[in-house]
Design a protein around this ligand. Structure first.
Ligand code: SAM
Length: 303
């Protein structure tokens, strides 16, 4: 039984980090004419109203995109992501927020395909409605995204970005994502994979990056954004503007396998700005690390 609805959290600090990184990954893939697939194993509803419904209850976006929305001094790569959000709000009021499928669809070209999986019946319906007239380039499937991913790999064009963005409602999910990535790398080693995870006190969340680094990876990059101390995050009230929103979540991370070689430098430029704008207290900060397996090495070195 799925109880998580992403609408409650749309546009929060974690969405900002995730969607900024996804924008970067897609823009890089678009630099070559060759087609690619965008595969979203946990697609959500695709877009979210911020001024009504679930998002308006907790108002988490006020501590996320709301803090970037009106700035005209953002680093160019971050401004490109904010411009996508502005495209969805042409009258200048922040009323709508794009989910990962909407962002991908806005950036992909005619030759590229979107493969979207969403298991929650209400959200998969909303997602399907959104792309009803998008043609055969966009496939929405109301099935388990892990099984769906397995069936798609290796992708026909031999180029793909896979976003794995679970809600981690069950602690088994931390083990599951590692197993799924291991299998996916076996089927399609050269794909770009981006996994989102929450920073929580729970053991499984803290251990996840190390478990991922132990996979047979050639190149990886790990970035995390902490917006508050564990104390502040654990006690913040959901929905109180200016707090972390989700109880206990003090930030989030993205683990990227086979990242573009330019991404680390872009993140070095942008992350201090995200810390300054989204940080809730003096403990806010970011971490960026990467690794590359040298020929003949059995394990990736940690940076
Ligand atoms: N990727 C979306 C975005 O960035 O806009 C947000 C996704 S949200 C964090 C996670 C979604 O995964 C929820 O909508 C949930 O219903 C869905 N979900 C949970 N388990 C799933 C599964 N096994 N397969 C596909 N979707 C699943």
């Amino acid at each position: 039984m799925l109880s998580y609805r992403h609408a409650f959290h749309a546009g929060n600090h974690a969405d900002v980090l995730k969607h900024f990184v996804v924008t970067q990954l897609i823009q890089h893939l678009c630099q070559k004419d060759a087609p690619f697939w965008y595969i979203d194993t946990h697609a959500g509803a695709g877009r979210y109203a911020l001024d009504s419904g679930y998002a308006s209850k907790l108002k988490e976006y006020q501590g996320g995109i709301g803090r970037l929305w009106q700035r005209d001094d953002l680093p160019a790569p971050l401004a490109a992501y904010v411009d996508l959000v502005r495209r969805m709000n042409p009258d200048g009021e922040l009323r709508n927020y794009p989910g990962s499928p909407w962002i991908a669809h806005a950036l992909l070209r005619e030759q590229d395909h979107l493969k979207l999986f969403e298991l929650h019946s209400s959200d998969s319906q909303l997602l399907g409605q959104q792309f009803r007239s998008a043609g055969r380039r966009v496939q929405v499937q109301p099935v388990d995204g892990y099984g769906g991913l397995k069936a798609l790999l290796p992708p026909a064009p031999r180029r793909a970005l896979v976003l794995i963005d679970p809600a981690y409602e069950d602690k088994q999910e931390y083990r599951k994502v590692v197993e799924v990535l291991q299998d996916a790398l076996h089927r399609f080693a050269t794909g770009t994979y981006a996994l989102w995870y929450p920073q929580l006190a729970r053991h499984e969340a803290r251990q996840l990056p190390e478990k991922l680094k132990a996979l047979p990876l050639r190149n990886w990059l790990h970035v995390s954004l902490s917006i508050a101390s564990a104390d502040g995050g654990a006690t913040s009230m959901p929905g109180t503007p200016g707090t972390t929103g989700t109880p206990g979540m003090i930030g989030s991370g993205m683990f990227i396998i086979n990242p573009p070689w330019t991404l680390a430098a872009t993140l070095e430029e942008v992350m201090p700005c995200l810390v300054a704008l989204l940080g809730q207290d003096a403990t806010a900060g970011y971490r960026l690390e990467q690794g590359e397996t040298k020929p003949g090495a059995t394990q990736p070195p940690t940076a």
